[in-house]
Design a protein around this ligand. Structure first.
Ligand code: J9T
Length: 254
C-alpha cells in the first residue's frame, strides 16, 4: 500500500520508522512518502496560512498551496484523500479495514484553524474524500491523528502482524467477538505478589477457556462500554453469564 502525507511537520512522522510500521516499510508492504507542504509555498517566508475571512481567532491554511501540493503528489492518480478534523466522521475499526483494502491513501493534516474549505470542495469532487475524526477532543494539528490512522491500517495489511490471527480477535474486529472489549490476559509466573492466574487458564480445557474468555469480555464490556452490547446478538450462554454477573453483584446494564 502507498501512503502519502503532506504536512508542514514531516519530521512528526519519525515513529513510522520504528517497530511494526518500520518493519512493514522495510519489507515493502508499506510505501510511505512524506512531503513538506512549504515546498509549494513560493514567497520568501514560505507562508502557508492567512487570516480568516469574516474575522476571528487563528489562521487558515491557504488553498493555492494545498492545491498545488495535492496536484503534484497525485499526478494522474486518484488516491483516497483523508483530512483529519474534529468535525469529521468517526474513525473506527470498520474505517481502518476499509482503508486497508485501498491501494493508495493521501493524508492532508492541517495546523492552525484548518484548511480553506474550498480545498475540500475541489478534491471532494475529484477524489474520494473523507474528513475523519479520531475522537471527541481537539489536537494542535492533524499529524497525531494521521499517525494513529496509519498504525491502525498498517497492522491490518497482510504480512505485517507476526501472528496471522492476531487481528482477528481484536476488540471491534468483525467476527465472533464483534463489539466486545477484550478480557484480561496473563503470563508466567502463575502467582505474582500473591495474585493468582485464574485456574481455568491453567486447566488445558479449551472449551472452558473459550467460555471463560467470552464471559470476561462480556463482564468488562458491560462495566465499561455497556452501549456496545446488542442483546439480540447474544447467545443463550451469554445471557446466562450476564445473569450470573448480576447475581455476583457486578453492575449489569439492562
Ligand atoms: C487539528 O486536528 C484535530 O484536532 C483532530 C483531527 C482528527 N481528530 C480529532 N479528534 C482532532
Amino acid at each position: 500500500m502507498r501512503i502519502d502525507v503532506i504536512s508542514i511537520f514531516p519530521e512528526y512522522f519519525a515513529p513510522l520508522d520504528v517497530s511494526l510500521m518500520g518493519k512493514a516499510r522495510a519489507k515493502g508492504i508499506l510505501d510511505v512518502r512524506l512531503h513538506q507542504l512549504r515546498e509549494w509555498a513560493h514567497d520568501v517566508h514560505k507562508t502557508v496560512d492567512d487570516t480568516p475571512y469574516g474575522g476571528g481567532p487563528g489562521m487558515v491554511m491557504k488553498p493555492e498551496i494545498w492545491g498545488a501540493a495535492i496536484d503534484d503528489v497525485i499526478g494522474e492518480g486518484s488516491p483516497r484523500l483523508v483530512v483529519p478534523t474534529p468535525s469529521g466522521r468517526p474513525f473506527t475499526q470498520a474505517v481502518a479495514l476499509e482503508y486497508a483494502a485501498e491501494p493508495w491513501l493521501l493524508f492532508a493534516p492541517a495546523r492552525y484553524e484548518g484548511i480553506d474549505s474550498r480545498v475540500m470542495i475541489e478534491y471532494g469532487a475529484r477524489l474520494r474524500l473523507d474528513e475523519v475524526s479520531i475522537g471527541d477532543y481537539v489536537l494542535a494539528g492533524g499529524e497525531a491523528a494521521v499517525l494513529v490512522m496509519i498504525e491502525a491500517v498498517a497492522r491490518l495489511l497482510p504480512g505485517v502482524l507476526g501472528n496471522a490471527v492476531s487481528a482477528v480477535d481484536d476488540s471491534f474486529a468483525p467476527g465472533a467477538m464483534e463489539n466486545l472489549l477484550e478480557g484480561p490476559v496473563f503470563t508466567k509466573p502463575p502467582v505474582w505478589r500473591g495474585h493468582e492466574v485464574p485456574e481455568v487458564l491453567l486447566s488445558g480445557h479449551h472449551g472452558k477457556i473459550a467460555r471463560w474468555r467470552r464471559d470476561e469480555a462480556l463482564r468488562r464490556t458491560l462495566r465499561k462500554r455497556p452501549e456496545l452490547i446488542e442483546r439480540g446478538e447474544l447467545s443463550p450462554a451469554d445471557l446466562r453469564a450476564i445473569e450470573s454477573f448480576r447475581a455476583d453483584g457486578d453492575p449489569v446494564a439492562d
